[in-house]
Design a binder for this molecule. Structure first.
Ligand code: ADP
Length: 481
């Protein structure tokens, strides 16, 4: 790959027990050009088992280290990630398609979890409780669960890994990661930096290969105590079923169907700006992207006009080229889904105010699109688009829009723009979502708990609560005093 300051960061082998293993037989391609960037190993159940067992052997000594020692290693990893930000961003942009500026932003965001949990590692405190017996004291410990298995998606090739690994490592757990096979190179580059930071062998392992056999080992091996997954809802449900056999804890960040509501009293320019970042970031391929934009009747036409004008400024192209704000979609299959959803909507009466079809650049490029006249009977009202399509729904009353917004099995992120303080609290409390952005289209931060309700998942990542998934609560009753 051209343009890397440190070419050794481009690694095409899996990382197990401190060794680089496997031969590359699965190609990793640039979705913008189809160029093959590397071949990574297609490992299966045997290598996954080896990685889990290496992590299991590494667990006790890692958990026994002082919190301060684990913290220092995480901090070193954080420093190395930032020092290599340009290379990591370039690798990510090439394999994933996102614009370089967004890739750099993701490295900062991903690194922020490593920094945050390096600090948090020293504060995984327990409790002493007022005793129920005069001769006893009651203590509550928070102990690391053991081996954590993580399965991550392609849309945030760095941040989804650090958001799981950093809190797990901080707590004293060891980790085995299976990254998405569309974007394994960012994961392997992060592992290379973890190796340079000096994590002991087996503490962090990365296995590339077929999802199914690796997932089956992760969900059935008795040494794995937590399966942490980010991806689609059907796969999340399957992993949950598989994990039942050994009663593993499952942490799931699944699909979303985010409503983005613009009330009559909103600051319209701010709402357009928020809709642009919430909708078109990563070409609409995030689980918190605005999926349904509900606009109140009084401002519907003005909002639509301003949104179309903002969309006209987007520049579609190869993510590593200057000024590009929209790369390709991840695969041709993703384009087909977007086309199907647009066809369904237009057949039922929606119209394209701009875009609506494949981009002249070909491949998996798609025109940034705004659709008007959406209604609740269209597939877009129920399905996650995962593409650069902003569908506008008109509504009249607050009660009506809250009912529409909640009429989905998903419950990850929601957004709304309003100035009335009463409305802000009423709607904020009524939305059945894990996260609500009010007058903001961006909500993610390492300091805040990220996660969903209903079929969008369970558990929270980031914030002080991000460690909770990776610790067991142990109660010690010390009697006979
Ligand atoms: P997406 O549609 O965004 O690719 P997926 O849920 O299919 O979402 O993929 C997210 C992650 O889950 C990827 O790392 C993928 O390889 C993995 N995955 C897909 N199917 C399975 C499975 N049956 N078992 C374990 N992991 C899986």
């Amino acid at each position: 790959m051209d343009g890397l300051n440190d070419p050794s960061l481009l690694v095409a082998r899996s990382f197990v027990d401190g060794r680089w293993i496997g031969e590359g037989d699965v190609s990793v391609t640039d979705p913008a050009t189809g160029d093959v960037l590397a071949h990574v190993p297609n490992l299966g159940a045997a290598a996954a088992t080896e990685a889990v067992e290496a992590a299991s052997r590494a667990f006790k000594p890692w958990a026994a280290k002082l919190a301060k020692e684990r913290s220092a290693l995480l901090r070193r990893w954080f420093d190395l990630i930032l020092a290599n930000k340009d290379d990591l961003a370039r690798i990510m942009s090439r394999e994933q398609g996102k614009p370089l500026a967004e890739a750099r932003g993701e490295i900062d965001y991903g690194a922020s979890f490593v920094e945050f949990f390096a600090e948090e590692a020293k504060r995984i405190n327990g409790d002493t409780l007022p005793s129920h017996r005069a001769d006893a004291r009651v203590l509550v410990l928070r102990q690391p669960v053991g081996v954590v298995a993580a399965i991550t998606p392609w849309n945030f090739p760095a941040a989804m890994i650090t958001r799981k690994c950093a809190p797990a490592l901080a707590a004293g757990c060891t980790v085995v990661v299976k990254p998405a096979m569309e974007t394994p190179l960012t994961a392997l580059a992060l592992a290379k930096l973890a190796e340079q930071a000096g994590f002991p062998a087996g503490v962090l392992n990365i296995v590339t290969g077929d999802a199914k056999p690796i997932g089956e080992v992760f969900t059935s091996h008795p040494a794995v105590r937590v399966v942490s997954f980010t991806g689609s809802t059907p796969v999340g449900k399957e992993l949950m079923r598989q994990s039942a056999g050994t009663v593993k804890r499952v942490a799931l960040e699944l699909g979303g169907n985010a409503p983005f509501i613009v009330f009559d009293d909103a600051d319209l320019d701010a709402a357009v700006e928020g809709a642009m970042v919430s909708k078109y970031r990563n070409m609409g391929q995030t689980c918190v992207c605005a999926n349904r934009i509900y606009v109140q009747s009084g401002v519907y036409d003005a909002f639509a006009e301003k949104l179309v004008a903002a969309v006209a400024k987007l520049k579609v192209g190869h993510g590593i080229d200057d000024g590009v704000t929209q790369g390709p979609l991840i695969t041709p299959k993703a384009v087909e889904k977007v086309e199907r959803l647009i066809e369904d909507a237009t057949a039922k009466g929606a119209t394209a105010l701009t875009g609506g079809k494949r981009h002249a650049l070909g491949g998996s490029f798609f025109e940034p699109t705004v659709l008007a006249g959406l209604t609740q009977d269209m597939a877009i009202a129920q399905e996650e688009i995962f593409g650069p399509v902003a569908p506008l729904f008109r509504f009249d009353t607050e009660d009506e829009v809250v009912a529409y917004a909640n009429a989905t099995e998903y419950g990850l992120a929601a957004y709304f723009y309003a100035r009335d303080v009463g409305r802000i609290f009423r709607v904020g409390e009524a939305l059945e979502y894990g996260m609500v952005g009010i007058n903001s289209g961006i909500i993610s931060s390492e300091i805040a708990p990220f996660g969903g309700v209903k079929e969008s998942g369970q558990g929270r990542e980031g914030s002080q609560r991000g460690v909770d998934e990776f610790v067991d609560i142990k109660y010690l009753l010390v009697a006979g005093l």
